[in-house]
Design a protein around this ligand. Structure first.
Ligand code: AMP
Length: 301
């Protein structure tokens, strides 16, 4: 089963109370694919600039991520994001977002990317998410993410895109902001009214919750003590989740999704143990499986 992801491909600058990095490989689609490629063949779609070099491609290729649909824009600069984390690492401020090559990007997917069985519309402008959704008519399971910036500046457009997916995967605070509803379960039901069958709310160190019309499932985060920097945790959660669904042939019934959430949770726990997604670069599948087994010992899924 094949998996296509569109989202940002970025350079990130991050500051935490205990250290900073000026230039890390980042972007929602990158964090996602470094996790999803553990489970299923993953094609990544998005533009990069001249500053995106062999070293960056190498990180993706070492994980087997297929980059044929990464479009290099001559003279362009890669998307750039800068953020600062507070002492409570669940809180961060965005310091800078430069769309750069994403400003004029029009996705033109290869036949192989269009044929994906499973599709993830990672965090990026909602109109680009729609353009990719329309090109992937064969997908059996489609999920999307978003974030506060797009809820603020493209609310209507985002709401329309949510109707086009089977599953919405967003931060709990963003779900509340999107629906203007403070209660998480009510907020999820309002989001279900927009069209998806499933809403998955990411709750940072508290874990995640899956809400359907007639069901609720919650899983704690993997209890790591070793938190270095959390950028991309949400995307690697989605990568593990969607990669697992793709590996099950695109079956996205509730039992599969519960187990997929455990795989996403394990991937996210590794993500937070290094800057950016560095901890995923050389991660072994057995390390992920061990954390899923540990989660299974404390929860039922
Ligand atoms: P997360 O920590 O899971 O929210 O993901 C952070 C990643 O999202 C970083 O690597 C950024 O490059 C990327 N990012 C931040 N803001 C945006 C945005 N407005 N659109 C797309 N990607 C973004």
């Amino acid at each position: 089963m094949t998996l296509t992801v569109v989202g940002s491909i970025a350079f990130d600058a991050v500051e935490t109370p205990s250290g900073s990095r000026e230039r890390l490989l980042g972007g929602s689609a990158v964090h996602f694919s470094l996790a999803s490629s553990q489970f299923a063949e993953t094609r990544i779609v998005g533009p990069v600039g001249d500053d995106f070099g062999e070293a960056e491609y190498e990180i993706l290729h070492r994980r087997g991520v297929l980059t044929d649909d990464v479009e290099r824009v001559p003279g362009g600069k890669t998307f750039f994001w800068a953020g600062r984390y507070h002492r409570d690492i669940n809180n961060r401020d965005t310091l800078q977002t430069d769309l750069n090559v994403f400003e004029d990007f029009r996705p033109k997917l290869s036949a192989a990317s269009r044929a994906a069985d499973v599709l993830f519309l990672g965090n990026i402008q909602p109109d680009l998410q729609r353009e990719v959704r329309e090109q992937c008519q064969a997908a059996r399971f489609v999920a999307m993410d978003s974030m506060n910036l797009w809820i603020d500046i493209a609310h209507e457009s985002l709401v329309q895109k949510i109707a086009l997916v089977d599953c919405l995967v967003v931060n709990d605070s963003e779900l509340r902001q999107l629906t203007d509803e403070p209660n998480l379960v009510r907020a999820a039901h309002k989001a279900l009214d927009l069209g998806p069958r499933v809403v998955i709310a990411k709750q940072g160190e508290y874990g995640s919750a899956m809400i359907t019309r007639d069901g609720y499932f919650g899983l704690t985060a993997y209890p790591t003590t070793d938190i270095v920097e959390p950028t991309g945790a949400g995307d690697s959660f989605a990568g593990g989740l969607m990669g697992y669904v793709a590996a099950q042939g695109g079956d996205a019934g509730d039992p599969t999704l519960r187990r997929a959430i455990a795989y996403g949770t394990a991937c996210a726990s590794f993500n937070v143990e290094g800057f950016g997604s560095e901890r995923l670069y050389a991660l072994e599948r057995a390390e992920i499986d061990a954390r899923v087994a540990a989660l299974e010992a404390i929860s039922r899924f």
